[in-house]
Design a binder for this molecule. Sequence first.
Ligand SMILES: Cc1cc2nc3c(=O)[nH]c(=O)nc-3n(C[C@H](O)[C@H](O)[C@H](O)COP(=O)(O)OP(=O)(O)OC[C@H]3O[C@@H](n4cnc5c(N)ncnc54)[C@H](O)[C@@H]3O)c2cc1C
Length: 410
Amino acid sequence: MDTRTDVLVIGGGPAGLTLALLLLRSGVRVAVMEKAAGLDREYRGEILQPGGQALLHDLGVLDGARERGGYEHDRFLLEERGRVLINGDYRRLPGPFNCLLSIPQRHVLEELLAACSGHDGFEYLPATRCSTLIEDSSRQVHGVIGRGPGGDRTVYARWIVAADGRYSKVRQLAGIPYDRLEAFEQDVLWFKLPAHDDRPRNVRIFRAGGNPALSYAAHPGMVQIGWTLPHKSYQELAASGLDRIKERLGAAVPDRAEQIAAEITSFKDLSLLDVFSGTARQWVRPGLLLLGDSAHTHGPIGAQGINLAIQDAVAAHPALLAALDSGDDGAEPLERYAAERRRDVDRILRIQHLQAKMMLSTQGIASVVRPKAAAVVSRTPVYRKVLHQLAFGNRSIAVRDDLYRAPATA
Ligand SMILES: Cc1cc2nc3c(=O)[nH]c(=O)nc-3n(C[C@H](O)[C@H](O)[C@H](O)COP(=O)(O)OP(=O)(O)OC[C@H]3O[C@@H](n4cnc5c(N)ncnc54)[C@H](O)[C@@H]3O)c2cc1C
């Protein structure tokens, strides 16, 4: 079956659905192709920075998402053996969104999808996996073929947006080179434990014994833990048996050691994730725009990926409208968007790089930042600027509701 629309978004994650909603409100017809059948899927990362919260609020979806459940965290702490080296106090930032919000991605996506579904120009294609790009001889992209439950689905559009995440199939089909950033390459053992009566109020990255770990409270009633391991070292560790892994985990997360011993009963309780960062060399090509993790990938350090994905969509919205209005599908407004946005993303990647170096250095955090120096650093204007940058990103990116308009009549 063939369909024609104005913009086809591949991937119904935070980047894809935010952009879809903005375009629909500007009278553009949008189809979203999503490989998952429903919202009951595996998500990575639930911490939303103040900047992302503010944009979702301006889109009118934050309150509904929060009502479905989530937890506020006051601080981001970087600790070594019980000593706090960096204290990122979010409560001292300007309000009203001065917290780190731990919220299941599903809650945000449900709200975005419900808002999109209220528009006549919206078509959602779940359980449909993009498998082929339709390009002409000059490599201008005109459409996509997706594999769905009812067979192949061909969708033609004036612009295709690749918002299909870090392993982007569209990026691969378009032959766009991608550079993985070695400094971030880690494996992470990712698992949740019940919080019982002890729900943390801070997002912590800490090194207690052995490899560093990350922890925060995750709705409903759980603690998310991520234990970092050198890339590809897990197989050897796993061969030594579950009890040995639990022992190492207990040493790395001592305040949950008893729970780890009692409540992790099988390898199935643990997920091994390949965590990396990277950037695509090209974000725009005639007929094609890369957005979110597909353009620039982020791991859990600094909790930046969702924020950046939402900001990408908000920043790309006016540029995509200008490209559509230009009539000849001109890529120029989007090229300008990409050049400006790359500067923001590079800035965040540099901060994440420093955070990764502090946390993942084999000699310990103190080999990179001396504890006394770190205590002072946390109070300097430079550090406050870095915290603002992590919390808000580029503050000039705002929802352009002045560009909302009724759909064109046929
Ligand atoms: C372990 C881990 C923890 C993280 N923690 C955080 C955190 O706490 N805070 C934070 O801000 N960021 C975090 N991140 C990063 C964050 O998850 C990503 O940056 C963010 O999800 C990017 O959003 P996106 O919309 O670009 O892509 P995604 O969220 O990856 O969405 C892509 C969508 O595309 C769909 N898709 C993929 N391929 C196809 C295809 N071929 N056809 C159709 N659909 C397709 C997928 O099903 C998915 O729905 C973490 C990452 C990792 C790995």
